[in-house]
Design a protein around this ligand. Structure first.
Ligand code: TXA
Ligand code: MG
Length: 314
């Protein structure tokens, strides 16, 4: 695997080149409002297989298909009236819907890893939708990091992990949400499969009922379910109110002695946007990254979910 990875600017020629590479079956990392994705044409089995190879991802883990506009979803999945209402309300945005796949789609079966459901998302970032529209194909894209590592929120993070393994990175600047999309299963009752950039409370308000959890039996329904994930090189200790020997403190709110602070004012939106970049910045400064307690509400649920996986035994 030794390709030259181009860094493309977010102008008309950069977008055109990225779209051309995708149509040719190439692998292009693209910015979204959540994190950068590693994109490939979802109808091209070789491109999709290339995504798994570049990430070093176990091939049983299915991928999210990215679309430029909500009405495109009906080409790939069956949407109940409730699914239609959620798509209307929250797309474009940091929400992925896992829906029954249509029998007649042209998607590569590798995308859903053999499952009867497909994960769809319309990203909010205008540049991403422009690229998707210009590509004219559904684009499968997991986060653009090596499997198990911290997700990228800048083009430089993508280069760190994937340079030489993919064709290009479209540079859209820093991601402003900073944690991955919320994943909602809609094949029976609405299920929260992964907390993310859209607070679950907002979905519950829209539905007028609480969300169920992931189906408990058998294989992980969403990868987020793998215990160790999003792992920096350093180990991670949660709920820290001070530091011990060998630690640096990643603060939140009032946190004296913090080497970096996710949000000195205690703003969860700001903390989510800073999370992955700060974990990367602190990695290598000490054997252990200690992290201040973060409230378990709204975006705090996504932040704590990622931190628990970063702290899990590997
Ligand atoms: O914000 C995001 O969601 C980013 C950006 C690039 O869009 N993408 C992302 O992809 O986080 P990834 O592959 O790192 O995480 C996608 C998750 C995986 O845990 C996968 O198991 C789950 O979505 N997933 C995908 N298809 C599924 C399906 N058919 N059924 C259940 N879970 C699925
Ligand atoms: Mg990921």
């Amino acid at each position: 695997m030794d390709r030259k990875t181009a860094l493309l600017a977010s102008d008309a020629s950069g977008i055109a080149r990225a779209a051309e590479l995708l149509r040719q079956g190439g692998l292009v990392a693209l910015p979204t409002e959540t994190v950068y994705g590693l994109g490939g044409d979802a109808t091209n089995g070789e491109a999709v297989a290339g995504i798994f190879a570049a990430k070093g991802r176990p091939s049983f883990n299915p991928l999210i298909v990215h679309l430029p506009d909500a009405p495109e979803a009906g080409r790939y999945a069956v949407l109940s009236p409730e699914a239609e209402a959620l798509a209307e309300r929250f797309w474009p945005g940091p929400l992925t819907l896992v829906l029954p796949m249509r029998a007649d789609t042209e998607l590569s079966p590798l995308v859903s890893a053999g499952l009867p459901n497909v994960a769809l998302r319309v990203p909010a970032l205008r540049l991403a939708r422009q690229l998707l529209r210009e590509t004219g194909r559904p684009v499968a894209a997991p986060s653009a990091n090596r499997s198990g590592r911290v997700s990228p929120t800048r083009a430089a993070h993508v280069m760190d992990g994937l340079s030489g393994r993919i064709d290009a990175v479209l540079d859209g600047g820093p991601a402003d949400v900073g944690v991955e999309s919320t994943i909602l299963g809609l094949w029976d009752v609405p299920r929260l499969l992964r907390p993310g950039g859209l607070p679950a409370e907002e979905i519950e308000d829209a539905l007028g009922r609480p969300l169920a959890g992931p189906p408990d039996a058998g294989a992980p329904a969403a990868p987020g379910m793998l215990a160790s994930h999003y792992a920096p090189g350093a180990s991670v200790r949660l709920g820290a109110t001070g530091i011990e020997a060998g630690e640096v403190l990643l603060g939140f709110g009032d946190a004296p002695g913090a080497a970096m602070n996710l949000s000195p004012g205690g703003d969860l939106r700001e903390a989510a946007a800073n999370l992955f970049g700060y974990l990367r910045d602190l990695d290598g400064m000490a054997p252990v990254i200690a992290v201040s307690p973060i409230p378990e509400t709204g975006l705090g649920r996504a932040i704590n979910d990622r931190l628990r996986r970063a702290a899990a035994p590997r």
